[in-house]
Every structure is written in C-alpha cells, then in structure tokens.
Design a protein around this ligand. Structure first.
Ligand SMILES: *[C@@H]1O[C@H](CO)[C@@H](O)[C@H](O)[C@H]1NC(C)=O
Ligand SMILES: *[C@@H]1O[C@H](CO)[C@@H](O)[C@H](O)[C@H]1NC(C)=O
Ligand SMILES: *[C@@H]1O[C@H](CO)[C@@H](O)[C@H](O)[C@H]1NC(C)=O
Ligand SMILES: *[C@@H]1O[C@H](CO)[C@@H](O)[C@H](O)[C@H]1NC(C)=O
Length: 244
C-alpha cells in the first residue's frame, strides 16, 4: 500500500511522481486518510490539475491503468546513483537482462506527463518531502532521489544530512538537495501505527497487537512536511503479526 499526500502546490500536474521507474510499485491513493488522521492539516490537492481526455469531464483515475513498455526508460542509471542500496540494485547484483527497467504506468483515461526533472526540481524548491514506511518505501525514496539527481550537475550538492550510509538499520534519513533547498526524508515505520503488547486473553499464536487508530509515535515529526508518502508491504501477513 502506498499513499501519497499532497499539500496544495501550484497548478502544474504533480502526478509526474508516479513515473518513478521500474523500481516502484505505484499504487496511488491520494491522502484522505491523512486528512482524517490530522484534521488540522490543509486539505489536499487544491490545485491539482489533471489532464483528462477532452471528451471526459470526470477526473482521471490514476489507479486504473496498466504498465506499458517504453524504450525511453529507465530514467536513470542505478549504477551511477550513490543512493541505491546494493541490495536494491539488480544490475549491481549481476542481473543481465534490462527489459524490466522499461515499464511505465499508463492510466486508462489519461496520460501522465513525461518526467521533466528540471520542472520537478523547481517544484520542490524549499519543500520537505517525507517518505514513511518499510523497505518498499525506502526503495521508492532512493529511486526518487536518483530520478531527481539526474537534473543536478554538482552531485556533491546532494547528501545525507547526518552523513549516514543508507541502510535499513537507520530509522531516519534525510537527503538534502542543497542548490534547490529541499530535503527528501525517510522514516522507517513498518506498520505506520503503534504496536501494543499482546492481550492476556489472546491466542498463543498472536505475537503482538497493532493500534490502528494511533499513528507511530514518531509521526509528530512528519506533520510539517509538504508531501507525505506512506508505504508498507509485507508486514501485515501471517508470520509477521502472528504465527501462521
Ligand atoms: C474519448 O476519446 C477517446 C480517445 O480520443 C475515444 O477512444 C473514446 O471513445 C472517447 N469516449 C467517448 C465517450 O466519446
Ligand atoms: C550505467 O553506469 C555504469 C557505470 O558507470 C556503466 O558501466 C553502464 O554502461 C551504464 N549503463 C547505461 C545503460 O548507461
Ligand atoms: C523540461 O521543461 C523545461 C522547462 O519547461 C523545458 O525547457 C525543457 O525543454 C523540458 N525538457 C524536456 C526533455 O521536455
Ligand atoms: C529554503 O526553504 C525554506 C523552507 O521553505 C525557507 O524558509 C528558506 O528561506 C529557504 N532558503 C533559501 C536560501 O531560499
């Protein structure tokens, strides 16, 4: 599950973010959940301009579509991006074929504009972008950084603010794009919510509980972000939450 949350943000289409290349599993659910959880936060997508086909009056549903093959992909070379973890780089790990890098998401009812890195870098100027979640989310975070770095000449102007190496052990990572004055951050929070201890009456196979109405206790650190992207994957399955 990935949920993107946008604060109002100019009139250009923001959906360029969907085009994050083949590393991503893009399931986009625009953040009603977040405004529900943080009712004080401004409503979402006020100036979200969508490009429907002329003959359609309804907004485009980005979730309905398919992956299409595109020769112009990939949009970046993972071997040249210092923010790709070794474990996430198929090329670095010896995969030979490259076709899997060439898929682009195509909604049924509209086209997503091509990813124009200089446009997006300008859009992000002065902003704080926060990814929250598990390794899937970290994967997307790394991919987003690599995409944006293709538009930055001085690669040394992009750095992790605390000098951390990117590994799963670190709970908070923040990469700054100095010349554009924005950060792209990652918070590890695999369930997004707080966990609780196992009730006495629970069956033996229950390992612990999740408090679905309580966001992770680090969530206060996300509040003033301009874009918040949640993602969590295989943590909700038997074996993780309870012994299967
Ligand atoms: C809308 O336009 C598309 C492509 O131009 C066309 O395939 C489709 O049939 C049209 N739909 C309607 C309802 O006219
Ligand atoms: C990606 O970068 C590596 C290392 O610089 C290079 O060897 C490789 O040819 C590049 N691949 C593409 C498709 O440009
Ligand atoms: C990206 O956008 C800029 C500014 O609008 C434009 O000058 C440039 O041609 C675009 N690049 C591509 C590859 O479309
Ligand atoms: C960088 O962005 C922050 C947050 O939007 C802003 O307060 C600050 O003035 C900006 N700094 C520069 C040098 O533009």
């Amino acid at each position: 599950m990935t949920v993107f949350y946008y604060k109002s943000w100019g009139s250009q289409p923001l959906n360029v973010f969907i085009v994050m290349g083949s590393l991503l599993i893009c399931v986009l659910a625009i953040g009603f959940g977040y405004s529900y959880l943080f009712p004080g936060v401004q409503p979402i997508i006020e100036n979200f301009e969508i490009l429907p086909p002329d003959n359609l009056t309804t907004e485009c549903n980005y979730f309905e579509g398919k992956w299409v093959y595109d020769e112009n992909y990939p949009l970046y070379n993972a071997s040249e991006c210092p923010f790709v973890e070794r474990g996430f780089s198929c090329l670095a790990n010896g995969r030979k074929d490259k076709e899997y890098l060439k898929w682009r998401w195509k909604p049924n009812d509209c086209d997503i504009p091509n990813f124009n890195v200089s446009v997006v870098l300008e859009k992000l100027r002065g902003k704080r972008i926060v990814f929250v979640g598990d390794s899937l989310s970290r994967n997307q975070w790394e991919s987003m950084i690599c995409l944006l770095m293709t538009g930055v000449e001085d690669k040394s102007s992009v750095y992790e603010v605390n000098g951390h190496k990117i590994t799963r052990r670190i709970r908070y990572l923040s990469v700054r794009f100095k010349s554009f004055n924005f950060t792209i951050e990652f918070y590890r929070s695999v369930y997004l919510v707080q966990s609780g201890s196992k009730p006495k009456s629970a069956p033996k196979r229950v390992k612990f509980t999740l408090q679905l109405d309580k966001l992770d206790d680090i969530s206060t650190e996300w509040i003033n972000s301009d874009i918040l992207i949640f993602g969590t994957g295989h943590w909700w399955t038997p074996g993780k939450l309870f012994n299967s």
